[in-house]
Design a protein around this ligand. Structure first.
Ligand code: SAM
Ligand code: SF4
Length: 346
């Protein structure tokens, strides 16, 4: 499918006014879930039987591009495509190429993607050609059987082949690993040695209580402070000043020379410096992964065009909450929020 050339929306909008919320936080980072569908069913992310969003409600590529342009005109400089699995959306490369044009002196500094890697072998070269320089690839284990059990269907060889193709295409890779007690906590050091040995970063993530899924979140929850302390007994962890405006902190492991990240939304959330908002595949803008406040950008665009869209961004800034209130404990066995991570994008 070809995307029709769009008018220069950024030019049509009022003079750029940065997006600043009630707490003085500048919004410079937009994550877009381009689909809530996925070829995997990771146990911490989805249920086995998922009801996906109706296709007719999904934003078209033109609409995603219009919304992106409106954000870029208001100072957003970083864009991440996620999902669901972004690479299973049909003709996804048309969208990536179109969004890539915002990189060429048009305000956007970085276009990235989070992927499960299953289709990466096919797309790595095209992603690099479109201006993508970095990818996050999610992989929670190096063991094929364990991988199949966690994803409920994946073939680890596909992900390995995808990673190799991406490295070949000179894409920088960070591996995202959700740390789960009793499932993969015995593999942290092996994963680190493997990732660092291939010149990739490894980022550990705390499981978050989003949606009904296939595991007991209380049993599997592993506070990363615990892992950090364990690792610091065996390795020299040198603090890095890389800040992403999110709940991630990075160290360099002196022994491997590689970068290790800790994403701790549960145990330490860093909401005070949050710089991001999230767009769902149907055009709902969520101001926080852990809260329900949202603005419908699809209706704003469809009903009122670019002026209404711009006004909706101002409304969104008034709604961004101070922080989330995720809790994982036995007294609150329900997920903190009914929606799955695949809706708002990880
Ligand atoms: N399908 C792509 C992938 O897996 O990389 C992109 C979407 S996925 C929702 C983005 C990231 O969120 C992945 O790294 C995944 O491991 C993580 N994730 C999903 N559900 C999570 C949860 N409940 N808690 C913490 N991380 C989660
Ligand atoms: Fe799919 Fe990514 Fe969720 Fe796994 S984490 S089910 S790969 S969206």
């Amino acid at each position: 499918m070809m995307i029709q050339p769009l008018p220069a929306i950024a030019d049509a909008l009022p003079a750029a006014r940065p997006l600043v919320d009630r707490y003085g936080r500048h919004i410079s980072y937009l994550r877009i879930s381009v689909t809530d569908r996925c070829d995997y069913r990771c146990v911490y992310c989805m249920a086995e039987d998922m009801t996906f969003l109706p296709k007719r409600d999904i934003l078209t590529f033109e609409e995603i591009d219009s919304i992106t342009a409106a954000f870029v005109a208001r100072g957003v400089s970083k864009l991440r495509l996620t999902g669901g699995e972004p690479l299973v959306r049909r003709d996804i490369m048309e969208l990536v190429k179109t969004l890539g044009r915002h990189l060429r002196g048009n305000g956007l500094q970085e276009l990235t993607m989070t992927t499960n890697g299953s289709q990466l072998r096919k797309y790595a070269g095209a992603l690099a050609d479109a201006g993508v320089r970095r990818l996050n690839v999610s992989l929670d284990t190096l063991d094929p059987d364990r991988f199949k059990a966690i994803t409920r269907r994946g073939r680890i060889e596909d992900v390995f082949a995808g990673i190799d193709a991406a490295l070949e295409a000179k894409l920088a890779i960070k591996i995202n690993m959700v740390a789960m007690r009793g499932t993969n906590d015995d593999e942290i050091e092996t994963m680190m040695a493997w990732a660092h040995g291939k010149g990739m970063g490894l980022t550990l993530i705390e499981g978050m209580p989003l949606g009904e899924v296939g595991i007991d979140r209380v049993d599997s929850y592993l506070p990363l402070r615990e892992l950090h302390d364990q690792l610091s007994r065996r390795y020299t962890l040198e603090k890095l000043d890389q800040r992403t405006g999110g709940p991630a902190r990075y160290v360099r492991v002196a022994e491997t020379g590689g970068v290790l990240g800790f994403i701790t939304p549960m145990s330490h959330n860093f909401c005070e410096s949050c710089n991001r908002v999230r767009l769902t595949a149907t055009g709902q803008l969520f101001m926080c992964l852990g809260q329900d406040d949202q603005v419908n950008l699809r209706d704003a665009l469809r009903d009122g065009g670019h002026d209404e869209l711009d006004a909706a961004l101002d409304r969104a800034m008034l709604l961004k909450p101070k922080g989330h209130d995720f809790v994982i404990d036995r007294a609150r066995p329900q997920p903190a929020l009914g929606r799955h991570m695949s809706v708002t994008g990880g």
